[in-house]
Design a protein around this ligand. Sequence first.
Ligand code: AP5
Length: 206
Amino acid sequence: MKNVVLLGPPGAGKGTLASRLVQAFGFLHVSTGDMLREEVAKGTPLGQLAHGYMARGELVPDEVILALVRQRVDARKGVLFDGFPRTVAQAEGLERFTSVDVVVFLEIGQEEVVRRLSSRRVCGACGAVYNLVTQPPREPGRCDRCGGPLVQREDDRPEVVARRFEVYMRDSAPLVAYYAQRGLLRRVPADRSPEEVFQAVAQILR
Ligand code: AP5
């Protein structure tokens, strides 16, 4: 099994693609965003630390993230990293405990991600992701999977989305050149339907 990194700006569709890839290929899914939201919901010391950064659209410090990921990685399984690494320091830290085989870069413009994030809703109970325009639930306001209430993520407010995009351009976009230099980068246009994006990535992984 390969270790795969999903790279792309906020709202590019990393989480949506990851759930399909996990079903199709059986990866261990390591989403730092989901892990941090769980810690916030449980009110742990890590969650309390992370919450301020997340609500402002800033990155949680590298050493905190590396410790979190390190304890989750299982060397016997192929891992799908979603939203990690997000800085060159995280990418270098990752290399110290496991290898990366492929980096899928979801290419998409700011205008489209702003549109997607303003209409994203997530299940407050199970975390399933919807979009009021492109992937609406069967019953308005209710999760198809568990019936939980659909809510807007705190960091999907327009001013926070704008900050997340700036932080992405400053701290995460350099990873495109970093992985291209290592011959690992595969570019995938993400301004297409979830099915088309999935098929393009599945072909790369096969
Ligand atoms: P995180 O949760 O990782 O957020 P993100 O990277 O900003 O990504 P999103 O979850 O917003 O978007 P996505 O690309 O997964 O898109 P989605 O599939 O939901 O991180 C949140 C925060 O945690 C960070 O700001 C930071 O503070 C902290 N953090 C996390 N990781 C960190 C790290 N490594 N280091 C430091 N800090 C970290 O799709 C978006 C919407 O579009 C949905 O409504 C979906 O239904 C829709 N959609 C998806 N695909 C398509 C498509 N193909 N066509 C049409 N609509 C689509």
